[in-house]
Design a protein. Structure first.
Length: 202
């Protein structure tokens, strides 16, 4: 597979994002701490996704794409949308806000179409791979054997999405920290790369 160049570019992106993150100064409030923690998880997932792809662990690579999106969505929601009560419940492990509501409220708050764009293109597919549905199983079969059978196009689209989610996570983190310079470097690119393309087909 011709994956070497995109993987190298993703590594460079990851290093650049972490360089920017290491200089951020975050308010010590509960809202900021929880939000940043979730956003950092998304960036760690990005590094893991690159490693998995480079080492041929395509099953785990595809399965981790949705948790990466969940991480930055939760981080952004905690900072921008959660009420004080919801924040306290989340911190104590008693949150009852459903993911569907989190996505809807954050999308309404952002009013940018970022979440809707990714969900429309990839959500059903991401859930299938994460929960070992038919798309995941089909890509572990050939005519005669059980072995990885992933289309390069699907893997490249997954990497593009992983890169986009990492940039978005870093953008929200820069905003929380009030680092306008880093945020300005990220935000336009974040909007440009959120189109992850059509769904994989069964």
């Amino acid at each position: 597979m011709a994956m070497a160049a995109p993987i190298d570019e993703a590594k460079q992106l990851s290093n650049w994002l972490w360089d920017g993150m290491h200089g951020l100064k975050i308010d010590a409030g509960l809202r900021e701490r929880l939000a940043i923690s979730a956003l950092v998880v998304a960036l760690h997932h990005h590094k893991a996704l690159i490693f998995l792809l480079e080492n041929g662990s395509y099953q785990s690579f595809m399965a981790l794409l949705r948790p990466q999106m969940d991480a930055w969505v939760n981080g952004a929601w905690l900072h921008r949308c959660a009420t004080d009560k919801e924040l306290e419940d989340f911190a104590s492990g008693k949150s009852h806000v459903q993911p569907k509501e989190i996505f809807a409220r954050l999308e309404a708050d952002l009013d940018s179409g970022v979440i809707a764009s990714i969900k429309a293109a990839r959500w059903k597919e991401m859930c299938d791979f994460t929960h070992t549905g038919i798309l995941q199983l089909q890509r572990n079969l050939t005519a005669d054997t059980v072995e990885p059978n992933y289309a390069e196009e699907d893997l490249l689209r997954g990497l593009t999405q992983a890169n986009a989610c990492a940039i978005i996570a870093a953008t929200f983190a820069a905003g929380i920290a009030g680092d306008d310079g880093f945020a300005d470097q990220l935000v336009e690119h974040a909007l440009d790369v959120t189109d992850a393309g059509p769904q994989a087909q069964a």
